[in-house]
Design a protein around this ligand. Sequence first.
Ligand code: NAI
Length: 446
Amino acid sequence: MLTYEGGRAVYLINVSIDVKIKMDFSIILHLFIIFLIILLFKVKGGVEMIIKPKFRGPICIMSHPEGCEQNVLDQINYAKEHKIDNGPKKVLVIGSSTGYGLASRIISTFSAGAETIGVFYERPAVKNRTASAGWYNTVAFDKAAKESGYYSRSINGDAFSEELKRETIELIKKDWGKVDLIIYSLAAPRRIHPITGETYSSVIKPIGKPFVGKTIDFHDHKVTDVVLEPASELEIAQTVAVMGGEDWEMWIDALKEADVLAEKATTVAYSYIGPEVTHAIYRSGTIGRAKDHLEDTAIKISERISHIGGRAFVSVNKAVVTQASLAIPAVPLYISILYKVMKEKELHEDCIEQIYRLYKDWLYADKLILDNQGRIRVDDWEMREDVQEEVLQLWNEVNSDNVNELSDIDGFAKDFFKLFGFGIDSINYNQEINQEVEIPNIINKI
Ligand code: NAI
């Protein structure tokens, strides 16, 4: 029953025959609003939770939105302090959510002032599971780009599919007309071929004979020997089908056919060579075969787009800690030793520094210096003779007892956790946080 007391509306609720509870109308209103907010969160599925790292194999399956944001902001701050003159204007980054692709998107926008479209395959949050790190990275990138007045759009889905290529081209046509730089930075375990529908899986195996070498478990710092049997012909062919150049070529063909390549458009895909000690498992193994194919594809694409003055390059980048590099035996130990040597020589770089040099010293420099196979070599400091000599010496001596002194395993582990937004001093990891955040303007195809 509604009654009035001192000019305020008050409900009298009959609880039992002779007990009555008085409720101030404004309290009811507040309770109602709180109820609506809770309902809204339930409908939207927003869940506040404490987020801690959780592992499946080498990969962390939880990511921290604020930690990922901090990582992206650190890279953006670097880019803002390192400007590029006469850089690209409209950039499509295929594989833009983590690692080298994310750094390429950040340098394009915040060093060169370009507009970007990013394509990636990332998982949004569901119930009690966080989104993937690449999802949160993109949320953070998008927010920062918007705040600084830069155009950015994202497309989440399978970059290998025809549908995603079509969708991307429609967006380019609608918003830009033409694109002048295409970065191809995919690292994928599988590919469904868009024409045959066949599924290919990539494997990391040696070719011809078994690989026997050192590897490390960076959780317990144990150095052990690993033996990997050589790949079959089918496995080699499948790895080339996933990580080789066919899809890159299909992208450029589709963009060319749709007439959305600007005059003098440039496209770059990323490759790796590395030292002798990892050759058997990397460069001379299945992945290396795929990289050979990628490098041959650059020559084909260059010819295909020469009529508009277009250029296609492979950039050989340095070994860094990313989700892709974690999966390769021996590589985490090599990176840990490399980090120690390069940090001591003040040559250490991560993705963002590498991509800045790629743009400034190669792609948008007055003079473009390539190696004798026509490749860009941003791995020049990693492959310096003095660096590699020291790395090799430490590699030969390293074991579980001395790994903390002979390598930067702590630096490696720190970078690993950072990939997923953990281990960042400024973040309070004991605080509940909403893990369900949206990417504005996203075209979601998964
Ligand atoms: P990453 O794992 O950090 O990034 C891979 C990207 O590909 C992510 O944006 C992911 O969402 C996207 N992606 C994967 N499958 C996809 C699909 N089906 N459709 C759409 N997007 C998909 O990898 P990272 O390390 O940045 O590697 C990028 C390239 O750089 C690779 O070609 C790699 O071989 C090369 N590279 C990496 C080095 C390293 O040390 N990490 C060194 C030199 C080259």
